[in-house]
Write a protein that binds this ligand. Structure first.
Ligand code: AMP
Length: 428
């Protein structure tokens, strides 16, 4: 038997109804904040992620699905391609490639699969889904303002609320600007020097190449050492500190609760200033539902104009898992309104006509078959959870009025054809 590859899964009904509910709600919220959808390719040049996410990050150094194109054309051959492990880099690439600032477009969202070769467990997959949002634009358009950071955070809170996720925690930090980071990395190098040989191999490498990434370490034995390291907060310059203060003041003004986590640096190199995560208790070890932050230098790092930005990525798999704590997928799946039971030879045609009429009224209709006995039709209607069964036999067609039975109450009425849709809609 051929199975789905390790770390991937099939999303099946009724769960897909919950996914669709989440996506529809999210789209409504984005509309209210004037975000527009963008869809970028699921694979990109490997170089985009090397430059956009950072060579030293776990994502780029260990987790990407990368291959060399074997195309026949000279221009394709040997090109290194990668399944996207995240989508900020792709969206910023598209922003630059299509000069989207010239069209005044600066708020984007996208929903789709991402790919990372991680060790699979509950809430962690190799193909997973993210709901991304990005605000990016020229500084003159206000894209660098702390008001944008606060708005993004308030948007996330609204979104989680509307979807029905309660009990989230917003963890907030500022990772400063590149100048702060250089000072911080120096201090980290000094602090790590006497202890690093007691740490894991990854940390020993990080201590040399990119000390900040030591904070990504999940090895339990390393945590007591990491606890003693300096934090970025002490190294923020005046402008970064003021920015961070302003973000927190707006959050307080709009009543969005948060906690500060000075060790939150996020696993991607491009973040500047505001970094955040929303966590949810129900998720266990993989408790981050979403993460994000500001990336003021990313556009330039990818060869574009100066365009400060801020964004986040929600792990949709984890969002749905959290939601399942309180909402059953069954309860959001729309059941058929009516099962049409053609009764006797020649009745399929009439049943098909009726189904077509009723579906035009936005009713969910399941169509039986004239070869079924009435008993079998009832069983089929029951099995799919239809509200009504509609009997289409010779007598009914002659009278142009049909037997409509409510399957829970057992009440049965004869309804003229012209009134059928109304009748079924009434009791929705
Ligand atoms: P990141 O791009 O690493 O900041 O991740 C943003 C969010 O995506 C996380 O908070 C998770 O909810 C989700 N996520 C990241 N990696 C995975 C994965 N392998 N499986 C499922 N969700 C993930």
């Amino acid at each position: 038997m051929i199975k789905s590859p390790r770390g991937t899964r099939d999303l099946l009904p009724p769960d897909t109804a919950l996914w669709n509910f989440v996506e529809a709600t999210v789209r409504d919220v984005f509309r209210a904040y004037n975000f527009h959808e963008i869809r970028t390719p699921v694979f990109e040049s490997t170089e985009l992620f090397a430059r956009g996410v950072g060579e030293d990050t776990d994502i780029v150094s260990k987790e990407m699905f990368t291959w060399e194109d074997r195309g026949r054309a000279e221009s394709d051959r040997g090109q290194s391609l990668t399944l996207r492990p995240e989508n900020t880099a792709g969206i910023v690439r598209a922003y630059i490639e299509h000069k989207l600032w010239e069209r005044g477009l600066n708020k984007f969202f996208s929903i789709g699969p991402m790919f990372r070769r991680e060790r699979p467990q509950k809430g962690r997959y190799r193909q997973f889904y993210q709901i991304d949002a990005e605000v990016i634009g020229p500084a003159a358009a206000g894209s660098q303002s702390p008001a944008r950071d606060a708005e993004i955070l308030e948007l996330v809170a609204t979104l989680l609320d509307r979807v029905g996720i309660t009990n989230w925690t917003l963890e907030l930090n500022s990772v400063g600007c590149p100048a702060d980071r250089a000072k911080f990395n120096e201090a980290l190098r000094r602090a790590l020097a006497p202890v690093v040989d007691k740490m894991c191999a990854d940390c020993q490498r990080r201590a040399v190449t990119n000390p900040l990434r030591v904070f990504d370490c999940k090895v339990p034995a390393d945590q007591p050492i990491i606890e003693t390291l300096p934090t970025i907060t002490q190294f923020l310059d005046e402008a970064c500190r003021t920015h961070y203060d302003e973000v927190r003041e707006i959050l307080e003004a709009v009543h969005i609760p948060y906690i500060e986590n000075q060790r939150l640096v996020r696993g991607l190199d491009y973040y500047t200033r505001t970094a955040f995560e929303f966590t949810h208790g129900a998720l266990g070890a993989q408790n981050a539902i979403l993460g994000g932050g500001r990336y003021d230098g990313l556009s330039e790092a990818l060869g574009g104009p100066a365009a400060p930005g801020i964004g986040f990525a929600i792990g949709e798999d984890r969002l749905v898992l959290s939601l399942m704590e309180t909402v059953s997928a069954e309860s959001v799946m729309r059941k058929p309104d009516v099962y049409i039971a053609p009764l006797g030879a020649g009745m399929n045609r009439e049943a098909a006509r009726l189904a077509r009429e009723l579906r035009r009224h936005d009713l969910v209709v399941e169509l039986g078959d004239e070869s079924f006995r009435l008993k079998k039709s009832f069983e089929a209607a029951d099995k799919i959870g239809a509200r009504y069964i509609l009997i289409v036999g010779g007598d009914e067609v002659a009278a142009n009025a049909f037997a409509l039975k409510h399957l829970v109450s057992g009440e049965q009425v004869t309804v003229p054809r012209a009134e059928l849709a109304q009748r079924i809609l009434q009791t929705k």
